[in-house]
Ligand binder design. Structure first.
Ligand SMILES: Cc1cc2nc3c(=O)[nH]c(=O)nc-3n(C[C@H](O)[C@H](O)[C@H](O)COP(=O)(O)OP(=O)(O)OC[C@H]3O[C@@H](n4cnc5c(N)ncnc54)[C@H](O)[C@@H]3O)c2cc1C
Length: 364
């Protein structure tokens, strides 16, 4: 029997669509270019026993009961609420910014610097904080992360953080937060249980050899799918250097410490032991760190953050219109839609798309 639905990519988007379609009785094949399943959420254990996330720290959070119940079908999640600190003037301050820090720096009667309708990232950030605070905490980090001036980025990027008037130190305030007890790779294995997955299969190199009877779902980069015919979309990524310190128990106070300083190219350091459950932590000797340094990637395997400027969003829009004119093909996910999706949003989007696919199937 042939394949009804061919799903390219075993990340959250591809795996959730594959799960929903398989549960509904469809014949599905997932093909994956990498040696492993799971896409960007893949994790592994270091020889010390410390688990680390291959492609940067992934903190699961959602305020949707439906998504929370869905993910817990595939793994137990232990409670974990990420707290991120950022180095400013040699001290660790909260990220997102605490009102208490602004009061300490500016005084109790501080006001946001910008009033009006923000047309770029800088104005949007200044619409919630004084300039001095922006220049110490936000501007240098943003410019290091993206490698361009902050006022060339879109205002929507500033919606990813806020000023905490109640000084809540948690990275996110979602009502359900946690990490899968056996790690993300185990979670993804369980999500894909019973589904045919072919690893190390680059669809773009074999697209003429494999066909879907009903639909091809492509979750890789949309510009690569069209052979970059309209130009290349820009992505920012992180070079990751893993460092094991055998004689050190803990090297930093929190899981993630941001370094906005222009004196170093590193942008943040993750200490993985700080993500583990207390019982597991005690069993591990030494500590494991990942140091991240941003760069602009040209290898599709390294694509991480879509570039948040107007030029790239306009180019994506042209690709999106091209994709709309291709019957039998659905291009989706963070790379397919050139969009940063948190994991819960990627799952919700994939569930909705799978439901639409099933509706069409039922209509014949
Ligand atoms: C650095 C970083 C940190 C993040 N941290 C968080 C976090 O803390 N919390 C949170 O909620 N979200 C986080 N996210 C978002 C999260 O990673 C995404 O929501 C998730 O990866 C989306 O899954 P996806 O399936 O759309 O994409 P991916 O995980 O990228 O999956 C796409 C898959 O397609 C495969 N593929 C591509 N091209 C081909 C091809 N030609 N043939 C075969 N296979 C192919 C790829 O190898 C990959 O496995 C983070 C993202 C990044 C970049």
């Amino acid at each position: 029997m042939g394949i009804e639905y061919l799903i390219v990519g075993s990340g959250l988007t591809g795996a959730v669509i594959a799960r929903v379609l398989t549960d509904a009785g469809c014949r599905v094949l997932v093909v994956e270019k990498r040696k492993h399943i799971g896409g960007n959420v893949h994790d592994q254990k270091h020889e010390s026993g410390i688990r680390y996330h291959t492609y940067g720290p992934h903190f699961f959070r959602t305020s949707s009961r439906e998504i929370w119940n869905f993910v817990r079908r595939f793994s137990h999640f232990y409670p974990f609420e990420a707290v991120v600190k950022t180095i400013v003037d040699g001290k660790l301050e909260n990220w997102p910014i605490a009102a208490e820090y602004i009061e300490r720096t500016i005084g109790p009667d501080w006001e946001p610097c910008f009033k009006g309708v923000a047309t770029d990232f800088e104005q949007k950030a200044l619409s919630i904080m004084p300039r001095l605070v922006y220049e110490k905490l936000v501007k240098p980090y943003t410019e290091k992360q993206w490698g361009v001036q902050a006022d060339t980025l879109v205002p929507e990027l500033a919606l990813r953080f806020d000023v905490r008037m109640d000084n809540d130190p948690r990275l996110m305030r979602s009502s359900c937060q946690g990490l899968p007890s056996g790690g993300y790779t185990h979670f993804m294995e369980s999500l894909l249980l019973g589904i045919d997955v072919r690893l190390q299969f680059d669809f773009l190199k074999h697209r003429n050899d494999i066909k879907a009877e009903r639909l091809l779902v492509f979750t890789g980069p949309i510009d690569a799918f069209f052979n970059y015919r309209l130009g290349r979309l820009k992505y920012r990524s992180q070079k990751r250097a893993l460092q094991f310190l055998a004689d050190v128990d803990y090297s930093q106070s929190h899981a993630v410490i941001n370094n906005p300083s222009g004196h170093s190219r590193r942008i943040r350091t993750i200490e993985w032991k700080n993500l583990m459950q207390p019982g597991e932590q005690r069993r591990c000797r030494g500590t494991l760190l990942t140091h991240e340094t941003p760069f602009t990637a040209s290898d599709p395997d390294q694509f991480e953050y879509p570039f948040p400027d107007r030029e790239n969003l306009a180019l994506y829009e042209k690709y999106r219109r091209l994709a709309e004119d291709c019957p039998g093909i659905l291009i989706c996910g963070r790379l397919g839609e050139y969009r940063y999706y948190d994991m819960d949003h990627a799952i919700a989007r994939a569930m909705n798309l799978a439901e639409l696919i099933l509706q069409r199937r039922n209509q014949g």
